[in-house]
Design a protein around this ligand. Structure first.
Ligand code: BT5
Length: 324
């Protein structure tokens, strides 16, 4: 049934300037006219605005900004990433669901996405604010054949993909703050959380969580985020299609994942550094083992941050929050 619905949607969206008769749609989808009528109703329930005119047929006039499977699939230009969509109106955390699906043998590229997260999470058990209707809260499942030490690189690969997706859709200036923040005007617009299931030799599953503020306006943020967070819509001054952002993130993530698996981290590292804010700056890094200050020299081929302190000692930092 969902295959027919997709076919109807594709027909309608590729002929938005004309009416298509029920018969035409039925022929293209290979089903009866009665079935078409039922699928049109279903599509309307999913938020598509479809006009119907007697004797003329149907025409797609618009869509609401939803993130259901069809919203994401229509216009998606990937081979595998985001092809299997698991959607929720509300969920505790898409990371948690993706971990479960990883164990249930879900295919690589599976995308778990929710309109709202009740207990969205950041690194080190911090909370990630994920209200309904305005953001993108999603987790992507990957199964690279790599040792677990490579996992942190995926945060950086994802950051590059997100930057390019934002540039495609919104054409605004964004920057990366090592390791997992994407900033606009020095405020956080996206956070990335890479988790894994692995043994000591090999990654079994990588779960990449991406939280993007898209259509929030200033009043929508809670007090404690007012000074540190922003959204694409605030930066751009218009409402942004979330489905389109998701499609572009999937496209670039798939592309960079392929480049990475074929050519290694070097090409990604170059791009990453071109978007990074912190390199060359005097920074403070708060790690689990204490605080370090010095100059951020760059990242290694493993994605580790190099910090040179005032004695000239170079420290390798695997995980930290940085400030400058
Ligand atoms: C992160 O952690 O930035 C990773 C966020 C990952 C969220 C995604 S959403 C889909 C998937 N499912 C999940 O449950 N999580 C992932 P971290 O670097 O630890 O930053 C967390 C900090 O960011 C918090 O302590 C707040 O200060 C701030 N913060 C929380 N919500 C925010 C928001 N919506 N926008 C900007 N900043 C936020």
């Amino acid at each position: 049934a969902s295959k027919i619905r997709k076919s109807v949607l594709v027909s309608l969206s590729s002929h938005q300037d004309v009416y298509l008769s029920g018969q035409q749609l039925a022929d293209e989808a290979g089903c009866s006219r009665t079935a078409i009528w039922k699928h049109i109703e279903e599509l309307r329930n999913e938020g598509f605005t479809i006009e119907s005119r007697r004797k003329k047929g149907y025409r797609l006039v618009g869509r609401s900004d939803q993130l259901t499977e069809n919203d994401i699939l229509l216009g998606l230009e990937t081979k595998t990433f985001g092809r299997n969509v698991v959607y929720f109106d509300s969920v505790d955390s898409t990371q948690k669901i993706a971990h479960q699906l990883a164990q249930d043998q879900a295919p690589e590229g599976t995308l778990v996405i929710a309109e709202e997260q009740k207990t969205g999470r950041g690194r080190m058990a911090r909370a990630w604010y994920s209200p309904s209707g305005t953001g993108i809260w999603m987790s992507v499942l990957l199964r690279p054949t790599l040792p677990p030490q490579k996992a942190p690189q995926f945060t950086l690969i994802t950051a590059v993909a997100v930057v390019q997706a934002i540039q495609d859709v919104c054409d605004i200036q964004v920057e990366i703050k090592w390791p997992n923040d994407i900033l606009v005007n020095n405020r956080k617009i996206t956070g990335i959380l890479t988790e894994l299931q692995a043994d000591s030799e090999q990654i079994h599953s990588l779960i990449i969580g991406i939280g993007m503020n898209v259509n929030q306006q200033t009043d929508d943020f809670p007090e404690e985020l007012l000074d540190i967070a922003t959204s694409l819509s605030i930066a751009k001054g218009e409402i942004i299609s979330r489905a389109k952002v998701v499609q572009h993130v999937m496209f670039h993530l798939e592309r960079y994942y392929k480049i990475y698996m074929e050519k290694g981290f070097a090409p990604i590292k170059l791009l990453w550094e071109s978007y990074a804010l912190s390199i060359g700056k005097h920074i403070t890094a708060r790690t689990m083992n204490g605080t370090l200050t010095g100059i951020a020299l760059g990242i290694t081929d493993e994605g580790v941050l190099l910090l040179e302190d005032e004695n000239g000692t170079i420290h390798q930092i695997y995980s930290a929050d940085i400030e400058w």
